[in-house]
Design a protein around this ligand. Structure first.
Ligand code: ATP
Ligand code: MG
Length: 503
């Protein structure tokens, strides 16, 4: 048998206070997808950063095509043909697709000028390799494309520079259902072209759809490696060390649902039309819809960031009209944003302080004496424990946490505030299965304590598993409502079917 494209042997890596990887061996062959899975903080991203030369292993070796390689810097691994598609793209938003594809290696005329027509033609050729890129105009600005399309451009760029190994670290985290399908088609194309693919994900459905082999990391060690596609249960067992029963929390019983916490009547603004909405104490309402349907706009209107221009809003029996997030938070609304890096985290702070940030900022002044601070700290630590946040200590800088653990710290922050209405946007993006189950149960506990919950999610199994009611939006309106046992087909259909729009 030929040597694997990449073989990592006995990789060990420690950070101050944490052993991130110990004696990990891992390989991937040309023309296959090797899925790398494991709980938040298991060491997946660290392993990839060692492969690409961002970090240096304390021990162990990397072989490429049978030869030992040492990459001191990501530029060197890229030159050797290893492309890592990060969630923060390396593309330049204010340049065109073609300019991005050929950045630094533009085709030139004999006079040494950039040959734009040849560049455009070659860009078309590269893009044509990918079904999902068929509609991309080489002249469009990258910044004007949606995330999924930018990702295709990034992958096309990797392939056109001769990448033989493509690594994707949670590539679907920011994609909707349709965009995910496009990405899967792109992965199929890469595999058929003989590229070796390392694919990191927390979603079992993606593993089933894409993976040829699966390696499971747990606490920095290889917990299992499967040479054929294992069952989801087998993967979860290797990841978590046991089966997960009750992945979703039970739905609300009729007598657990109380009076309306939030009532919206005839509300609208530039984006939203005729919004009527009730969320009652004790219930979790999911908001489904395709990108641009107005789900986030509705959340932002309720949260005072992009307020309604017309209509009436009542929160816990009082008429309100929040004109800022600060006012909404003071009034009892919490919001957990989907994009943890840009919106949710103060990256310089410790895990514990970050968790307590909001409750501190908005607590009445008289509670912020030292005694209460200690009580707050104890309560926050209990919550962080309950969420099984993996950190060397809660004093640690939040930046050093794995992606999923950062998300859990933000969830803990809002849970500690006990808001009347809590809005979750993509609450489990990037979160491992075990912690997902933990978040679903915490959401349900919060509802039982009397909060109303509005959840925006693009993950349909999550919508169906969690919600007591599902509302579907399209073009700024709520167009359909389903009870807790809606099917994926019903929701997809309502989200995409042409609706009659009154003149
Ligand atoms: N630069 C760093 N400094 C200190 N600790 C770090 C650093 N990078 C990672 N770690 C720690 O190493 C461990 C592994 O983190 P890593 O990011 O590899 O996890 P992961 O498997 O990618 O998790 P996730 O699914 O949440 O992305 C974690 O405990 C993390 O806190
Ligand atoms: Mg990671």
């Amino acid at each position: 048998m030929t040597a694997p494209m990449i073989a990592m042997n006995g990789i060990t890596k420690s950070f101050p206070g944490v052993r991130a990887l110990s004696d990990v061996s891992f390989d991937v062959r040309a023309g296959e997808v090797q899925a790398l899975v494991g709980e938040n903080g298991a060491g997946k991203s660290t392993l990839i950063k060692i492969l690409s030369g961002v970090y240096h292993a304390d021990a162990g070796e990397v072989h490429m095509n049978g030869e030992a390689v040492h990459f001191a810097h990501p530029v060197e691994s890229l030159r050797a043909g290893i492309a890592v598609i990060y969630q923060e793209f390396s593309l330049l938003p204010e340049r065109s697709v073609a300019q991005n594809l050929f950045l630094g290696r533009e085709p030139r005329t004999r006079l040494g000028l950039i040959d734009t027509s040849r560049m455009r033609a070659e860009a078309r050729e590269v893009l044509s390799l990918f079904a999902a890129a068929g509609h991309i105009d080489p002249d469009s600005l990258v910044g004007s494309l949606n995330v999924a399309t930018q990702q295709v451009v990034e992958i096309a760029k990797a392939v056109s520079t001769g990448a033989r190994v493509v690594v994707m670290d949670e590539p679907t985290a920011a994609l909707n259902e349709t965009e995910c399908e496009e990405l899967f088609a792109t992965v199929d194309t890469l595999r058929n072209r003989g590229v070796a693919i390392i694919y990191i994900t927390h979603r079992m459905r993606e593993i089933a759809r894409l993976a040829d082999r699966v390696t499971v990391l747990k606490d920095g060690e290889v917990a299992a490696s499967f040479d054929t596609l294992p069952s989801p249960d087998a993967i979860v067992r290797a990841m978590v060390g046991r089966d997960i029963e009750d992945f979703f929390a039970p739905k609300a019983k009729p007598d657990e649902i109380g009076d309306p916490v939030l009532t919206v009547r005839g509300a609208g603004n530039d984006v939203l039309r005729d919004i009527d909405l009730d969320i009652r104490a004790g219930e979790i309402v999911a908001l489904a819809g395709i990108q641009g349907a107005g789900r986030v706009a509705l959340a932002m209107a309720l949260f005072g960031e992009a307020p309604f221009a017309t209509g009436d809003v009542t929160l816990a029996g009082e008429a309100v009209s929040f004109r800022s997030a600060r006012a909404a938070i003071a009034g009892g609304i919490g919001l957990l944003p989907g994009d943890r890096k840009s919106e949710g985290l103060v990256l310089m702070q410790s895990v514990r302080d970050n968790g307590m940030l909001t409750s501190r900022a908005f607590a009445p002044l008289w509670t912020s004496d030292q005694r209460n601070d200690n009580a707050d700290t104890t309560r926050m630590d209990a919550l962080l424990d309950q969420m099984e946040i993996r950190a060397a200590s809660y004093e640690q800088d939040i930046r050093a946490l794995s992606g999923g653990n950062q998300q859990k710290a933000i969830v803990a922050r809002w849970l500690s505030m006990r808001p009347k209405l809590l809005i979750f946007i993509e609450p489990t993006r990037g979160i491992d299965v075990n912690s997902k189950a933990g978040i679903y149960h915490l959401m349900r506990d919060l509802a039982r304590e009397g909060a109303g919950i509005l959840m925006i999610s693009s993950d349909l199994p999550e919508v169906i598993g969690v919600a007591d009611r599902v509302l579907v939006m399209q073009s700024g309106r709520i167009v359909a409502e389903f009870p807790h046992d809606a099917s994926e087909q019903d929701i997809m259909h309502a989200a995409t079917a042409e609706t009659e729009v009154a003149a």
